[in-house]
Design a protein around this ligand. Structure first.
Ligand code: ZN
Length: 194
């Protein structure tokens, strides 16, 4: 047994989640959702796994919200992009999005408004249900095409369902059953050759 103050983190399945658990000399159980969407917990040594699971259960909604937020965030790893690169991303994305919107509008029974393209730090896309305006992050040029399609479908679904409630996910599941894979790909680093 280690005599150090902190044991090595252990990846465990707790409350049905993959949790990186570390035992520490802390007073309370601490919970963090990391940049890749995984859950990290530090807990005092005397707290049982059952108690930790109960704690995670009580935080399930919060964890889910934090993971959703991260799924919408491109992060800031690409801040150093040159104007030339940014222009190239915009050209790639704006070349594909109108056809995707045209393909999905009749399937989803919605009509998009103005399409906009921006290099955004905090969101993959956004949608204004009142005007139908959809803005797509140009950084999607750095990800596989199914990621772009996932974001387009996600934003179009918001024209039917504003929030991320069960109705929204039912729509996404029916329209694009593989959407979770695309979402997970967006949590990983981009391709960097563009
Ligand atoms: Zn959304």
């Amino acid at each position: 047994m280690s005599k150090g103050r902190q044991a090595a983190p252990q990846l465990m399945d707790l409350a049905g989640m993959d949790v990186l658990l570390v035992r520490k000399n802390v007073k309370n159980i601490n919970l963090r959702v990391r940049r890749d969407g995984s859950v990290a917990v530090s807990a005092p040594r005397f707290v049982s796994l059952t108690e930790i699971e109960r704690f995670l259960e009580s935080k399930r909604a919060w964890i889910h919200r934090a993971q959703e937020r991260i799924a919408h965030e491109p992060g800031d790893a690409l801040e150093a992009a040159t104007p030339f690169q940014q222009k190239a991303w915009k050209e790639v994305v704006s070349a594909f999005v109108p056809a995707l919107v045209e393909k999905w509008e009749p399937i989803l029974g919605v009509k998009a408004g103005k399409l906009a393209y921006r290099n955004m730090k905090s969101r993959w896309g956004s949608c204004q249900p009142s005007t139908g305006r959809i803005c797509i992050n140009t950084r999607l040029a750095l990800y596989p095409p199914e990621c772009l399609e996932y974001v387009v479908v996600h934003e179009l679904c918001h024209l039917q369902e504003r929030g991320h409630g069960p109705g929204f996910y039912a729509l996404m599941d029916a329209a694009l059953p593989g959407w979770r894979e695309a979402r997970d790909r967006l949590k990983a680093p981009p391709m960097t050759h563009l």
